[in-house]
Design a protein around this ligand. Sequence first.
Ligand SMILES: Cc1cc2nc3c(=O)[nH]c(=O)nc-3n(C[C@H](O)[C@H](O)[C@H](O)COP(=O)(O)OP(=O)(O)OC[C@H]3O[C@@H](n4cnc5c(N)ncnc54)[C@H](O)[C@@H]3O)c2cc1C
Length: 235
Amino acid sequence: MQRVVVIGAGIVGLLTALELRRRGHRVVLRSEGIAEGTTFAAAGMLAPAAEIQYGQGPLWDIMREAGDLHRELAARLPGAGYRDASTLVVGRDTADLAALHDLAAVQRSTGAEVRELTGAALRREEGALLRGLPGGVLLTRDHQVDPRLLAAAAHAALESDGVDGMAGPPAEIHLGPITSCEDSGADRIVLAAGLGVPEIDGPHRRLELALRPVRGDVLRLRVPPSLLLPGRTTS
Ligand SMILES: Cc1cc2nc3c(=O)[nH]c(=O)nc-3n(C[C@H](O)[C@H](O)[C@H](O)COP(=O)(O)OP(=O)(O)OC[C@H]3O[C@@H](n4cnc5c(N)ncnc54)[C@H](O)[C@@H]3O)c2cc1C
C-alpha cells in the first residue's frame, strides 16, 4: 500500500483517486475545487470514433478502450449519467458528407462500427432533423456520459466507504490551492490539475508539456415531445 497524493479534483483526479483507493492505496486528494474546471463545461461525448483525427494513430486504441471502460464504471457507480445511445454525425451539405465518408474508412480501420446513412435514413433515425440533409453516419459504439453527474458520483463514492466494488481505505479530501508538489510526503503524486499544472512547482517542470486552453461551445437542447419519433423520450 502506498500513500498517493492526487492533485486536482476534476474527472481525471476523482476517478484516478477512486481507482487507486479500490486497489488498496491511501489516497489524499487535494484540489482548489471539486469538478469546477473543464469537467463542469464538458459535453460528455464518449466518442472514440467521432473524434478521430488524421495523424493521431497511436491514440486510437486508447480512445476506444477508454470509451468501453465507461460501461463497466457506470455499472459500479450508480447515478453516473451514462447513456449507451449511439452517436449520429450529420453532413450539412454534400462536401461535408464526402468528408464524413472519407473519415468513415479510417474509423472502420480502428474497429469502430460505422453505418453510412442517406438523408432519408438519417431522418428515420432522428425525426427532428431538418428535411433535405444529404446524409450522415451512425456510430453505434460512441456513447455519452453526464460529466457533472459522473464527477458527483465519484466524489460521493470517495467520501463514503461502502460503494460496492469501489471500496478501499478511507480517502482524505482537502480543498485549497496547491503551489508545489515537492514536499507533500507522498510515495507517489498524480498531477491531475488540468490547465493548472504549469502553475505548480515540481519535477514535471522539466518536461515540455504543451498544454493550452482550447475554446469549446456546448449547446444543451431539450427536444419538444412533438418532434420526437413515436416511442422515443427526451431522457
Ligand atoms: C466546452 C468543452 C466541451 C468538452 N466536451 C468534451 C466531450 O464531449 N468529451 C470529452 O471527452 N471531453 C470533452 N472536453 C474535454 C474535457 O472537459 C477535459 O478533457 C476534462 O474535463 C479534463 O479533466 P481534468 O480532470 O483533467 O481537468 P479539470 O476538469 O480542469 O480539473 C482540474 C482540477 O484541478 C484543480 N486545480 C487546478 N489548478 C490547481 C491548483 N494549483 N491547486 C489545486 N487544484 C488545482 C481545479 O480546481 C480542477 O478541479 C470538453 C471541454 C470543454 C471546455
